[in-house]
Design a protein around this ligand. Structure first.
Ligand SMILES: [Fe+2]
Length: 332
């Protein structure tokens, strides 16, 4: 486990090892009780000093989501080069990226809006460990993003509910009802997005409680890609999902970020859910996301996640397959 570099007082803590007095040291300041910190004193890029990368990673594991202001210098290439300092970038399994590389466009005028609580890409077994989101065009109002801490959500459950959750497995899929999510979208736009996003339909069984591979914390692994909990009727499954998800979404368990152009957010996708608030009317909102490869989750009993269909995760159009950088064994 990486060493946490924060203080619980919310005060700034120097963690960098700079000796050059012209370069401010990396600072970490909590912005919420259970989740979120703002990092200052760094200019993100592929050439970041090792000590700063280590400081960012430690803050990320401790606070689950970290924010940076004033990173306007980043473009697609340097965004990706910075991502490589945290791990191997991976392409989305089905959605083509904005420029044919790793950076996925999050655009209010195209595709689905993310106004559902979710963890990124949980419909495959080795879903991303980290997501790095960069603000390009921000609307004059609205369009905030919320994150929730799925480790504190688990820890805060009553003991009998934790014991129940420990034994549950849930099926995640990228096929769900887009029309219900986007009642205002044109039918052609919905059909086009559905065709791309679900060009391959994935079904993956994950443990409902994931043991975090770096911190050892237990986290709740749910979100809007979940279809059902194994072994329960539809009605019981829904009731259980709603019960557990409510602990994740509790306001005290979340942090909300108001974007400015040039902002960057990085989250530990293994310990969070997030929600893009869809309240900026028709104003343009454009962000770019690069995801870093993750490994196959395991539950408290050590049982790994399992791909149900298709038989294997197809190789992306470029780059490494999902989970290739962190796992020696194929997803089973
Ligand atoms: Fe997302």
């Amino acid at each position: 486990m990486a060493t946490a570099t924060h203080t619980d007082t919310g005060s700034h803590t120097d963690t960098g090892s700079h000796t050059d007095t012209d370069t401010p040291a990396l600072t970490v300041a909590k912005i919420g009780g259970r989740i979120g910190a703002e990092i200052g004193g760094v200019r993100l890029g592929g050439d970041l000093p090792d000590a700063d990368v280590a400081g960012i990673r430690a803050a990320l594991l401790a606070h689950k989501v970290v924010f940076f202001r004033n990173q306007e210098h980043l473009d697609e290439a340097s965004h990706e080069a910075f991502a490589e300092r945290l791990g191997a970038p991976v392409a989305h399994p089905t959605v083509p990226s904005a420029d044919g590389r790793y950076a996925l466009g999050i655009d209010s005028h195209h595709g689905a809006r993310a106004n559902q609580w979710h963890t990124d890409v949980t419909f495959v077994p080795a879903y991303p460990a980290f997501s790095i989101l960069r603000a390009v065009t921000i609307p004059p109002y609205g369009g905030d993003t919320l994150w929730a801490n799925t480790a504190t959500a688990y820890a805060g459950l009553p003991e009998p509910l934790r014991a129940l959750a420990d034994g549950l497995r849930a099926v995640h899929s990228n096929e769900y009802d887009y029309a219900a999510l986007r009642p205002d979208a044109l039918p052609e736009a919905l059909a086009q997005y559905r065709e791309v996003f679900t060009s391959t339909t994935f079904l993956t069984e994950h443990p409902v409680v994931r043991v975090h591979p770096e911190t050892g914390e237990r986290t709740l692994l749910l979100g809007n890609f979940v279809q059902r909990i194994q072994g329960f009727t539809g009605r019981d499954s829904r009731a259980l999902l709603d019960l557990l998800q409510a602990h994740i979404e509790s306001p005290e368990n979340t942090v909300r970020w108001q974007w400015q152009p040039g902002d960057v957010a990085i989250w530990d996708n293994r310990a969070t859910q997030h929600y893009g608030v869809d309240d900026s009317d028709d104003h343009e909102r454009t962000l770019r996301r690069v995801t870093v490869d993750g490994d196959v989750p395991v539950g408290p009993d050590g049982a790994p996640s399992r791909l149900i269909s298709p038989e294997t995760v197809p190789d992306p159009s470029f780059g490494i397959p999902s989970g290739a950088s962190t796992s020696d064994t194929p997803a089973v």
